[in-house]
Design a binder for this molecule. Structure first.
Ligand code: MG
Length: 242
């Protein structure tokens, strides 16, 4: 079955799903579905772990004021997103993502501040959940934590993992087995990132790119992926550049 998957051929990654234009909550199942409907290459989302080891999708370490790492999943159900959804579990998110074969699921593992062992536990649980749900082919991993990225690769050596924090050279990422860099776009303004990544066989992704000017500049550099809150704007731009 997996050999029939053909991912959408465009550089568009919807940041926290596609939420802005339609006023949907970020990181909701609705924003994932909208990214799929738009035909994005990827829908990005953020993962944290509750006190009782449930993996949930949310940007901040707290969900509408409830701290995720020190609360149970049941406690998080006390609040709802603006569209009526509860906080999505990673399992629910992956299961919806797997119902289609165009949009990849760009899974960001969020490190805690000082709890390295917690972060590794979360990583092991996330990779296991991706495997259990049969979503391995759908998922690319990203993280601001180098250790989390390395742990994903130790658990699943063929995983596609990109590093977010902007402070590692491409040579270092290559040596560690990362697929590429996913840095703030300003990082790429200095240096030879674009020629070097191609020479090393790595991919470049940039966050969070919302203006036409920045989108155009990155497309002129032949970047592989652009992560944006404005996927509709990027699609419109791509049409005019053909
Ligand atoms: Mg993120």
């Amino acid at each position: 079955m997996e050999n029939k998957i053909t991912w959408n051929k465009n550089p568009v990654i919807a940041h926290r799903g596609a939420w802005k234009k339609k006023g949907l909550p970020e990181n909701s199942i609705a924003s994932l579905k909208e990214a799929i409907k738009l035909g994005c290459y990827g829908a990005e989302f953020d993962v944290h772990m509750t006190m009782d080891s449930i993996l949930v999708v949310n940007h901040d370490p707290d969900f509408l004021g409830i701290p995720i790492a020190t609360s149970t999943y049941t406690q998080l159900l006390e609040k709802k997103l603006s569209n009526g959804e509860s906080i999505p579990t990673l399992e629910a998110y992956l299961k919806v993502g797997k119902t289609q074969k165009g949009t990849k699921l760009i899974l960001e593992l969020k490190p805690t501040k000082n709890r390295a062992e917690w972060d590794l536990q979360m990583t092991r649980k996330a990779v296991a959940m991706v495997q259990q749900t049969g979503a391995t082919a759908w998922v690319d991993y990203i993280s601001f934590s180098y250790a989390i990225g390395e742990e994903v690769l130790a658990l699943q050596p063929n995983a596609r993992v990109a590093y977010l924090n902007g402070d590692a050279t491409l040579e270092k990422l290559k040596a560690s087995g990362f697929d590429g860099a996913d840095y703030h776009f300003s990082v790429y303004k200095n240096g030879d990132w674009f020629t070097k990544s191609k020479a090393l066989g790595l991919t470049l992704n940039a966050w969070t790119v919302n203006t036409l000017e920045d989108m155009n500049w990155l497309l002129d550099q032949d970047i592989e992926f652009i992560t944006t809150n404005e996927p509709e704007r990027l699609f419109e731009l791509l049409k005019t550049r053909k």
